[in-house]
Design a protein around this ligand. Structure first.
Ligand code: NAD
Length: 313
């Protein structure tokens, strides 16, 4: 399959590398020139479960991709949420009427932006448990296993979704068809929305957040707000299931000692966060459905304040 990875940071590099190793025709598209130059000069260098490997994949700046002759069967979107519109504009001329577009970003509601650029029947949404970390331009660290759930947005595109699943599984990406992707996207966003922003504001790891005597009350309120917004759209979220997953993340034996990606983005790397596409979406949809969302609102405003204080916004 001819595949464009649109957003070749940590996750795009993982997917690009694994798909290329499975003999798919892959190009990486990104906005970070130093990263692109390093990949084109030295190959994409990976620590792949402890083994050092180099994969020679073509990489292009999104500003020059329109000039490239590559007719993609599949585009996998893997920008950060705030970079999505600019990437979709950059790759627009490479999409033909059958190009399928799979969005694997974290967060909620990306389809509302994607459908401005991509015919509805070509949009597929997914949720992934794979992880990845960039170690510098052209260098990526890939450890552990993961999975992907995905589904077509438009009715009648189930076969196309299954073709994407097969292509991903040729690369051992452990994909499966989901009949309820919006529910799993909301569940993951709810878990992230309950932990990431709080750890970032409190500057603590997940175990320390869980050890705070206030955590249960705050998290329960945030989860209630996600559930109310999901249910206004007929999306089911099970509170006990979400709370069980959040509590299991507090355990230092699982990921408790980990600092969430939002913390790493803002505190470690002084980069903008994805808060507007996690808790911020709940606030926007709350206004639309006239549902009060004070905890998500306050958390979103606190993160924006911190972005300003740290000179990132
Ligand atoms: P990323 O930050 O690694 O990359 C996103 C973009 O930022 C890329 O264009 C990348 O080139 C650029 N970038 C990264 N470091 C940079 C630097 N130092 N200077 C300039 N530009 C830089 O993002 P990601 O972790 O691949 O995440 C993509 C999406 O996948 C997000 O929605 C994220 O929430 C989601 N996600 C990430 C993981 C993970 O383990 N990283 C897991 C699941 C989902």
């Amino acid at each position: 399959m001819k595949i464009i990875i649109a957003g070749a940071g940590a996750m795009g590099s993982r997917f690009g590398l694994m798909l290329h190793r499975a003999n798919h025709e892959v190009v990486l598209v990104d906005g970070w020139q130093e990263h692109i130059d390093a990949i084109n000069k030295n190959g994409l260098q990976a620590n792949f479960n402890g083994e050092k490997i180099v994969e020679n994949i073509s990489a292009y700046n999104q500003n020059e991709i329109a000039k490239v002759d590559f007719s993609a069967d599949l585009v996998i979107l893997f920008t950060k949420a705030m970079q999505l519109d600019s990437m979709l504009q950059s790759i627009n001329s490479l999409l033909h009427e059958d190009t399928k577009v799979l969005c694997l970003l974290n967060g909620i509601g990306h389809e509302d932006r994607i459908k401005k650029y991509v015919p509805y029947q070509n949009i597929f949404l997914g949720n992934t448990m794979w992880t990845s970390g960039l170690q510098g331009p052209g260098k990526v660290k890939l450890f552990g296993d993961g999975s992907i759930d995905l589904q077509n947005l438009a009715q009648g595109q189930e076969q196309a979704a299954n073709t994407i699943v097969e292509a991903l599984n040729q690369a051992d990406l452990n994909a499966k068809y989901s009949s309820n992707i919006l529910s799993s996207i909301y569940k993951k966003a709810c878990v992230n929305g309950s932990v990431n922003g709080l750890c970032t504001i409190l500057e603590c790891n997940i175990a320390s957040l869980g050890a705070s005597s206030y955590a249960n009350t705050i998290i329960s309120q945030i989860v209630d707000e996600f559930i109310a917004i999901a249910s206004a759209q007929n999306i089911f979220l099970d509170k006990d299931e979400v709370l069980t997953q959040i509590k299991s993340s507090f355990d230092p034996e699982t990921i408790g000692l980990h600092y969430p990606s939002m913390y790493q983005d803002l505190i470690d790397n002084k980069r903008l966060t994805e808060i507007d596409y996690i808790n911020g979406v709940i606030v926007r949809k709350g206004k639309q459905y006239q549902i009060s969302t004070p905890y998500c609102n306050f958390l979103t405003e606190l993160i924006h304040s911190k972005e300003e204080i740290l000179g990132v916004r």
